[in-house]
Structure formats: C-alpha cells, structure tokens
Design a binder for this molecule. Sequence first.
Ligand SMILES: [Zn+2]
Length: 74
Amino acid sequence: MTIFTGMSERDLRTKPCPVCGKPAVETFQPFCSRRCADVDLNRWLSGVYAVPVKEEEDEDGAPAAKPGNEESGT
Ligand SMILES: [Zn+2]
C-alpha cells in the first residue's frame, strides 16, 4: 500500500484515517476506529479496493428515527 512516498512514519499517529479522514488513534492506527479498520480489512478481503461499504455498524452515532407522534385526539 504505497500511496504517499515521503511521509515520516512518525506521522502515522497524526495521519488522518484513510477511510473517513478523521484523525487516527493509536489503538486503531492508521485508522480512527475499529469500524474503519474493519472497513479497510473488508476491502482487502474482498480483493477490491473500490467498493462501497455498507454503513450498518452498531457503533454509529446515527440518530434513531423518531417515532411519529401523530395522535389526533378529538
Ligand atoms: Zn476513520
């Protein structure tokens, strides 16, 4: 995986996540979270590095759908 040649390896900690672009963390470097690491891993496992990833992880801060409060009491 050689994309940029000339970057210091020490910059790995501060390098942005190759998946989403967020600042990577030491625990999951060079990714920012286990989710992104998994995403990258899946890409490699699939053998294709240009496929859309299903964003259906449980660790997503997606806001839950609000229940339609349509109570038309008369
Ligand atoms: Zn990320």
